[in-house]
Design a protein around this ligand. Structure first.
Ligand code: GRF
Length: 238
């Protein structure tokens, strides 16, 4: 660890009463924080059985930290540049996360590969949102790669985190069409809109105790499966 203090924990936090009887959620972010904002907004609904109690970032300048502070959520920074190894970073990150006593940890644009030890510590209560229809396009630049491949349908996935990157039991997915004139930005925007619906839905189910891991698959109790299909391009009728 360097001489710089890599951990900075704010004392301000959501009122304890807000979290009473609710599942405690810690969100890990690295950047913009739009999924954090969508989840925070959704969590304020009366029928949402969870509260974001802590937001942790590995980047001191992450916009997601400001989003958390505006909402009165406790924040902490564990600056990865202050650590000599991934193991040392993850050990401190785990200590900071544990201090929030979370029932669920959400990776919402957290751009660090986590060690097996970290992932194993939170098995069954660590989820990630990824901007592709996994197992297609794990990793970075998913929209660019989808356009380059000429796929007609793209989307996003919420999944439990297991030791390999962007692999793990799938909780939910949202699919969007890829339009002929799409570029990376327009496709990313279309997917992001769905991310902002999918992640709150998945967390809501988790907090309501409706999600069960069944081997490598996830069961969502009482979930409605739509009957509609997405054909892209759409065939002419008749
Ligand atoms: C999202 O596209 C998410 O799927 C990916 O990183 C991005 C984070 O965006 N893992 P934001 O910080 O939530 O706006």
């Amino acid at each position: 660890m360097s001489t710089r203090a890599p951990v900075d924990t704010s004392s301000r936090g959501a009122p304890a009463s807000r979290a009473k009887g609710l599942r405690r959620i810690t969100v890990l972010v690295s950047g913009r924080g739009s999924n954090l904002a969508a989840l925070a907004d959704a969590s304020l609904r009366r029928d949402f059985a969870g509260a974001i109690t802590h937001v942790v970032s590995n980047r001191p300048q992450a916009a997601g930290l400001a989003i958390a502070r505006e909402r009165g959520i406790a924040t902490a920074i564990v600056d990865h540049t202050g650590f000599v190894s991934r193991e040392a970073f993850d050990a401190t990150l785990a200590r900071v996360v544990d201090a929030g006593e979370p029932d669920l940890i959400v990776l919402a644009g957290f751009m660090r590969v986590l060690t097996d030890a970290f992932v194993g510590r939170y098995a069954g209560r660590l989820i990630n949102i990824h901007p592709s229809l996994l197992p297609a396009y794990p990793g970075l630049h998913t929209h660019r790669r989808a356009i380059a491949d000429g796929v007609r349908v793209h989307g996003c996935t919420v999944h439990f985190v297991t030791p390999s990157v962007d692999v793990g039991p799938i909780v939910a997915q949202a699919a969007v069409p890829v339009r002929p004139d799409d570029d990376e930005a327009t496709l990313a925007a279309r997917v992001l809109e769905q991310e902002h619906r999918l992640l709150p839905a998945a967390v809501r189910w988790f907090c309501a105790g409706r999600i069960a891991l069944d081997g490598g698959r996830v069961r969502v109790r009482d979930a409605t499966v739509p009957t509609g299909v997405l054909l892209c391009p759409a065939p002419e009728v008749g």
